[in-house]
Unconditional design. Structure first.
Lengths: 449, 499
C-alpha cells in the first residue's frame, strides 16, 4: 500500500525489538471475541491511484456543477470566482498539513495569517475584535446566541423572520438541549417586520440578518438602541460577506455581535462545506467570545510574534465551564479568505461588491419584464426574491432539465410554508455572464408560459 | 539567535515578513475586474461611506507574502510530527485533487436533487465505509468537527431519553477525558461527574458501577483512551451502562488504532464520532476545517439530525426537514449538508487503502508506537508500562526529576532538533505528560533517528544541561513567546496606533 512505508522486514525487526511475534499480539487487551481475525470482508481491497480517480470522477460526472451551467443559486452560499493564487497557496504543505498552532515558535506562519484574518474581519464588520473563525455561519449564529445569554445572564433570543432558516434551526437545536427560549418571527418576505415591541427584560438578544434571507437591506441602528435600552444585545448576521464591501457596517449600526458566512471570499461552494464562519464582537465582551483567538506578543528576544491566547475561556482548560466545546476553527478556509481579501484589497473588494450589485440590478430589471415574474425587493445587494406565477420548485426542476440552475425555491428551506410556494431566490454574482442571463430569461419564458 | 545579527533581520531562508497592513501602498490590487455597469442602485441609502481600511497587494507580492509565512510553519510534509491524540499522518495529494474536481467543488448545496445524484452517492458511499468499519447501523454525517460530533452524539442520546420521558441529569466522564467531553456534556444541559482511573490507566470499573444510576444519561469514554490504552473492560462497561438505561458515547479520536480490527458496534457502543481529519487523513489545515461524522447504534439511529441521504433504489434522496423524515431527527446542527469536501478526501483515502490496507495501517500505527516505547522505556518513564500500548505511548516527567528540565523545556529543545514536539501536559492524569503518536506513515529510519535524538536529549538533561533546555528553541523564526503578556493585555488585531 503506497502510503505505508514499513516493509515486512521492518515489521519483523520491530516486533522482535518489542518482544512479540505478530502485530495481533499487540492487541492482547482487546477481548478476544470482539477482535476481528481479518480485514472487514464487506468492503473492497486496496486500489491504485488511477482506479480511485476513475471511481470518484465517475460520481462527479453525474453532477451539474455551477461552473458548467448558468447558476443563480444563493440562499446562504454564493458562486464566486476564486483567484488561482488562493488555491495554490492553501495547498502549500506547510499550511495544509500543520496542526493547530500549539507550538508557536514553529507556527508563526499560521498565527500571522490568523492575526491578519482577525483584523480583516474586524475591519469589514466594523467591530472591535474577531476570532480565528467558526465552523460556518449557522453554527456561528447559535454560538452568538449562547454568548449573548452568558453576557446578559438571560434566556430568551428573538430571531428575525429574515434570518436564514438553517441558522434559525441550528440555534433552536441548541435552545432545546441547553434550555433557553427562542422566539422566531414569521418569514419576513416583504420586509415589514418590527421586532422592537418583542424585546423585554428577559431578552438576551435580537438576531437579524443583512441582507436578509429574502435579500432586503435594513438599517438596524434603531433596533440596536431599543436592544440596549432593555440591556439586550443585537446580533447581526450576514450570509454574503461581499455585501460588507458595499454597505454600512453592522458595527456602525450598533451591533454587539456580528456573525456570518465567509465562503464567498476565497472558498469554493463544496456542496455546502467546509466553509468559514466569521465572528466579531465589541471589546467589552471579548472574554465571553467562543472559539480560537490569536494575539500579539513578544518572544524571548523581544521580537514581535503571535500566539493562541485567552485559552482560559476554552474547553481544554475550563472543561465543563468553558464558553463553548469548540476545539478547532476553520483554519485553512480562513487562510483562503485572508489571501483572497489581500488580493482584493480595499479597491478590489469595493469594485467586486459594486459589480455584484450592478449585475443583480440588471437581472432584476430584466426579470421584472417577464410575464409571471414579480421582483419583490425594493432593496437588495446581489440576491432578491421573485414571485412566480407557479410553484418555484417545479419551475426550478424544469429549468434544470434545460441546463439552467435558476435559483433556490424558498420552499426548499421553508418546507412547512405552502403559502411561499411561488417564491424564488435569485442570486447574481460577478460570474454571471450575459449568456447566463439570456438562458435564464429564455428558460423562464418557456416554463412559465 | 541573538548572537547572529544580519542587516535585514533575515536569516537565510527565514525572511522577516511584515503584516499585510504594513506593506500597503494605497490602490494596490491583485485582481483585474471588468468595469461596473451603470445602474440605479438598490442599496436603499445604506451604501458605505467611509473607508474599510483593507490593504491590497498585487499578485507577485501576495504570493511572496504567503510563501514566506508558510516557511515559518512546521508541518507533516516537513517532518516527524508525533503529536499524541492528533494523528498527524501523511495527507495524500490524491485526496486534494479529488476534492477539487469539477462537479464536486463547484456544487451548490441547494441545487435540484436531479443535478447532484453523484454527490449524494458519494456521501452515501462514505457513510457506508464508516458504518462497515465501525459495525454500526447508522451515521450522522453533518457534524463539522470532532467536538461538533460529540455534541451531535450526545444530543441524540438526550433526544432518546426525552422520548422516554426523562432526559436525565448526569454524564460521566473519566478523569483522563479530553476537555471537549465535559464541555459537550455541559452544552447539552448535563452535569458532569468524573470517574477516577485505576493505577493501570484504565477506567475504574468499580467506581464507574458505583456512580451509575437512573440519573445518568450517558458515559463519555475514549477508547483507546487518552493514555493510549485499550479499555479492557469495555464490554462490561457497556453492559453496566445499559443496565441503568444510560447510553455509551465513545470518543472516536483514537479510532486510528483499531480500524479494521475492532468494530465499536461489537463493543456495545451507542454513538461514536470519527475525526475524518485524524483517522481518515483529511488535512488538519493549521486548525481545521475538520469533520466529525457520528456513527449510531439502532437505539439512537432514529434521532440522527437532518439532513441525511437515503438510497431509494431509484436514485438518492436528501431528507432535509424533520417533517419529511420517517424517523425522529432531533433537529439540525449545521448549515447545509456537512463537510462534503472532507467526505471526498476520506472516501479517496479509504478506497485507496481498501479494507485490507486500513487494517494494515492501524496495525502499523500500533507497531510504531510500541517500537518507540520499547526503545525509550529504559531512558524515559512510561506511565503505564505493563502490556502493549495502542497507537500512542504516554510518558510522564519522572525521568526529568532533579534535572531542572520540564516537559515544556524538553519539547522546546525538540523543536531545535527539527522535530515537532509530542503532545504535552495531556492527559492530565499523569504529571508532565509526554504523549507520542508516531502514526503508520513514518518509516523505521525516521523512528530510529527520533529515538536516538530523544535518548541523547535525555542524557543531556541528566548531565546538567538545564540551561540550554531553558533557552530552547534558539533556531526558530521566533524563540519562546510570552503567553502571559498576550493574555493579560490582548492585542487581537493590527491597528495603526499600535505601530
Amino acid at each position: 500500500m503506497r502510503y505505508l512505508p514499513l516493509s515486512d522486514g521492518d515489521r519483523k525487526e520491530m516486533l522482535e525489538t518489542i518482544g512479540v511475534s505478530s502485530i495481533d499480539d499487540l492487541y492482547c487487551d482487546v477481548p478476544a471475541d470482539v477482535l476481528l481475525d481479518s480485514h472487514v470482508q464487506t468492503l473492497p481491497t486496496v486500489r491504485g491511484e488511477l482506479e480511485v480517480e476513475r471511481a470518484i470522477s465517475a460520481m462527479a460526472k453525474k453532477n451539474t456543477g455551477c461552473n458548467s451551467a448558468p447558476s443563480f443559486l444563493g440562499a446562504g452560499l454564493y458562486h464566486h470566482h476564486v483567484p488561482a493564487t488562493v488555491d495554490y497557496m492553501i495547498q502549500r504543505g506547510e499550511f495544509l498539513t500543520s496542526y493547530t498552532p500549539y507550538q508557536p515558535e514553529v507556527s508563526q506562519g499560521t498565527l500571522q495569517y490568523l492575526f491578519e484574518f482577525q483584523t480583516q474581519v474586524a475591519m469589514l464588520t466594523g467591530m472591535d475584535v474577531a476570532n480565528a473563525s467558526m465552523y460556518d455561519g449557522a453554527t456561528g449564529c447559535a454560538e452568538a446566541v449562547l454568548m449573548a445569554n452568558r453576557v446578559t445572564k438571560r434566556n430568551k433570543a428573538i430571531l428575525s423572520g429574515g434570518l436564514h432558516p438553517h441558522y434559525r434551526d441550528v440555534t433552536r437545536t441548541h435552545a432545546h438541549f441547553n434550555d433557553f427560549e427562542v422566539v422566531s418571527a414569521e418569514p419576513d418576505v416583504d420586509n415589514v417586520e418590527d421586532l422592537i415591541d418583542l424585546i423585554d427584560d428577559a431578552t438576551s438578544c435580537v438576531v437579524v440578518q443583512t441582507p436578509s434571507f429574502f435579500g432586503h437591506l435594513n438599517d438596524y441602528t434603531k433596533l440596536a438602541e431599543a436592544c440596549h435600552a432593555k440591556k439586550a444585545l443585537l446580533v447581526v448576521v450576514f450570509t454574503e460577506v461581499l455585501s460588507l464591501g458595499a454597505l454600512k457596517t453592522p458595527g456602525e449600526m450598533g451591533a454587539d455581535i456580528v456573525v456570518g458566512e465567509g465562503q464567498s471570499v476565497g472558498n469554493a461552494l463544496n456542496f455546502g462545506g467546509p466553509t468559514v464562519g466569521l465572528f466579531a464582537v465589541r471589546q467589552k465582551y471579548l472574554r465571553q467570545m467562543p472559539g480560537r483567538v490569536c494575539g500579539e506578543t513578544v518572544d524571548a528576544d523581544g521580537r514581535r510574534g503571535w500566539v493562541l491566547t485567552l485559552s482560559t475561556r476554552e474547553q481544554h482548560i475550563r472543561r465543563e465551564k468553558a464558553t463553548s466545546n469548540i476545539c478547532t476553527n476553520s483554519g485553512l478556509c480562513a487562510l483562503a479568505f485572508n489571501i483572497h481579501m489581500t488580493l482584493l484589497g480595499e479597491e478590489g473588494l469595493t469594485k467586486l461588491s459594486a459589480l455584484n450589485h450592478a449585475r443583480a440590478c440588471q437581472v432584476a430589471d430584466k426579470l421584472d419584464t417577464l410575464d409571471g415574474v414579480e421582483v419583490l425587493n425594493e432593496t437588495f445587494f446581489n440576491e432578491f426574491t421573485v414571485r412566480l406565477s407557479k410553484s418555484a420548485t417545479e419551475v426550478i426542476d424544469q429549468l434544470a432539465e434545460r441546463g439552467v440552475l435558476g435559483g433556490v425555491p424558498v420552499r426548499r428551506l421553508y418546507q412547512d410554508r405552502p403559502e411561499l410556494d411561488n417564491l424564488l431566490l435569485v442570486a447574481v454574482t460577478e460570474t454571471t455572464t450575459d449568456e447566463d442571463i439570456d438562458a435564464l430569461m429564455a428558460g423562464l419564458t418557456e416554463v412559465l408560459s | 539567535m541573538s548572537d547572529l545579527h544580519t542587516i535585514t533581520g533575515n536569516q537565510g531562508l527565514q525572511i522577516e515578513e511584515p503584516l499585510i497592513f504594513e506593506q500597503d501602498t494605497p490602490g494596490k490590487c491583485g485582481v483585474d475586474l471588468p468595469d461596473v455597469p451603470e445602474v440605479k442602485t438598490r442599496l436603499g441609502g445604506l451604501a458605505r461611506e467611509g473607508k474599510i481600511g483593507l490593504p491590497g497587494m498585487t499578485e507577485p507580492d501576495t504570493v511572496r507574502h504567503y510563501m514566506r509565512l508558510s516557511q515559518k510553519n512546521y508541518a507533516i510534509d516537513t517532518g516527524f510530527y508525533p503529536l499524541g491524540s492528533c494523528t498527524m499522518k501523511h495527507n495524500p495529494r490524491l485526496n486534494e485533487k479529488m476534492a477539487r474536481l469539477g462537479g464536486l467543488a463547484d456544487l451548490h448545496p441547494l441545487q435540484p436533487n436531479s443535478t447532484v445524484q453523484g454527490a449524494l452517492e458519494l456521501i452515501d458511499q462514505c457513510a457506508h465505509w464508516l458504518k462497515e468499519l465501525t459495525g454500526m447501523p447508522a451515521v450522522a454525517m453533518s457534524p463539522a468537527a470532532g467536538a461538533h460530533g460529540e455534541l451531535c452524539g450526545l444530543m441524540a442520546a438526550r433526544a432518546a431519553h426525552e422520548a422516554k420521558g426523562n432526559p436525565r441529569k448526569i454524564v460521566l466522564c473519566p478523569e483522563s477525558a479530553h476537555g471537549t467531553n465535559p464541555a459537550t456534556a455541559a452544552a447539552c444541559g448535563y452535569k458532569v461527574e468524573s470517574i477516577p482511573a485505576t493505577s493501570d490507566g484504565r477506567v475504574d470499573l468499580d467506581a464507574l458501577k458505583a456512580a451509575l444510576n437512573e440519573d445518568v444519561a450517558a458515559i463519555m469514554l475514549t477508547n483507546p483512551n487518552t493514555c493510549g490504552l485499550f479499555e479492557r473492560d469495555i464490554v462490561e462497561i457497556a453492559e453496566a451502562v445499559h443496565a441503568v438505561g444510560a447510553y455509551f458515547y465513545c470518543d472516536g479520536a483514537n479510532f486510528n488504532a483499531i480500524m479494521g480490527r475492532v468494530r465499536p458496534g461489537d463493543l456495545g457502543i451507542d454513538c461514536m464520532h470519527i475525526n475524518l481529519h485524524k483517522t481518515f487523513s483529511t488535512p488538519h489545515g493549521g486548525g481545521g476545517p475538520g469533520s466529525g461524522p457520528v456513527v449510531l447504534s439502532a437505539a439512537l439511529a432514529p434521532y440522527a439530525p437532518v439532513p441525511y441521504v437515503v438510497d431509494t433504489g431509484d436514485g438518492f434522496k436528501l431528507v432535509e426537514h424533520k417533517a419529511d423524515s420517517d424517523q425522529d431527527p432531533f433537529g439540525r446542527i449545521k448549515g447545509f449538508h456537512g463537510q462534503m469536501g472532507m467526505f471526498i478526501r476520506s472516501l479517496s483515502y479509504m478506497m485507496s487503502h481498501g479494507s485490507d490496507g486500513l487494517r494494515q495501517a492501524s496495525g502499523d500505527a500500533v507497531l510504531n508506537a510500541n517500537y518507540l516505547k520499547a526503545k525509550l522505556q529504559d531512558m524515559l518513564t512510561v506511565s503505564f508500562p505493563d502490556g502493549p500500548c495502542m497507537h500512542e505511548v504516554l510518558f510522564d516527567d519522572r525521568f526529568l526529576k532533579d534535572t531542572g528540565v520540564t516537559t515544556l523545556d524538553f519539547a522546546k529543545m525538540m523543536i531545535d532538533e527539527g522535530v515537532h514536539p509530542m503532545t504535552m501536559y495531556f492527559p492530565l492524569v499523569v504529571h508532565g505528560a509526554l504523549l507520542m503518536e508516531p502514526t503508520e506513515t513514518e518509516n523505521k529510519a525516521t523512528l530510529d533517528k527520533f529515538i536516538h535524538m530523544i535518548r541523547e536529549m535525555t542524557q543531556k538533561a541528566k548531565d546538567g544541561a538545564a540551561e540550554s533546555f531553558k533557552s530552547a528553541p534558539m533556531l526558530t523564526p521566533r524563540r519562546r513567546l510570552d503567553e502571559t503578556k498576550a493574555a493579560r493585555s490582548p492585542v487581537l488585531k493590527w491597528t495603526e496606533a499600535a505601530e
